[in-house]
Write a protein that binds this ligand. Sequence first.
Ligand code: F3S
Length: 292
Amino acid sequence: MQVLLADHAGFCFGVQRALDQVEKEVGQGNRVVTYGPLIHNPQVVERLARQGVEEVKDLAGASSGKLVIRSHGVGPEVYEQAKQCGFDIVDATCPFVHKVQKLAKDFTDQGYQVIVAGDRNHPEVQGIVAWTGGKALVVADEQEAKALDLQGKAALIAQTTLKEATLRHIESALRGKPIELAVRNTICAATSKRQDAARRLAAEVDVMVVVGGRNSSNTAKLAQICQGAAVPTYHVETADELDPEWFQGKQKAGVTAGASTPRWIIEEVVQRMTDVNQEQATTELNEQKQEA
Ligand code: F3S
């Protein structure tokens, strides 16, 4: 069995950058606190915890040190509160997310009604809305966009991980309204590149393994895409979850991984699949010898 790794599997630029910043601070002996889990991967969060990195959900009452703002970003009130609490801020907000926050703020300052296409429960979207002083509206789909009562100037921007098609549908729903509409496509290419590569690989293999945290929505989305290619697909967090049965009689197996899956976990999975394959080949060879 051939084991093939999809292009763009694993960490995106923003997540890698955030982890590098945390590791640098830890390496310098600083007390490091992250505001929420740094990334949606339990193994990475556990590893950081073993290195002394703490996670806080509420800054009030947290003691001082280096406070890492994760790649999703936060609203201006969090920077303010962190300063008041005596934290030194390490801003690991992805530069692409910063750009969306700035657009949201600038449009609001110029009198536009900002509309964010995305998931209102996602921290990135909540952070973007906070930069508009809570004035931005969030729509998840075309229906929600159609239901908006708008007038004057509006600006449509998107959560960085939104699907391109969803943005286009929302845009056409808004085009039907009597407003002056500005649209900025703020979707990050990393997500679509990873998804396209997974789709391509799933179409040419007999089985797919998707690696990533069960709490990672982009990993779950990758698994859905692979299932959509009608190939047996298994979502695992670590190599220990692999079942040799999945690969019995298969010629080609594909591997992809979410944006919060580190390289070491992907390598362990690929290695374990290669080992399983060799064990199965040896067993088959021995059986053939016994039959001969
Ligand atoms: Fe940044 Fe794009 Fe990753 S916005 S955090 S590089 S998915």
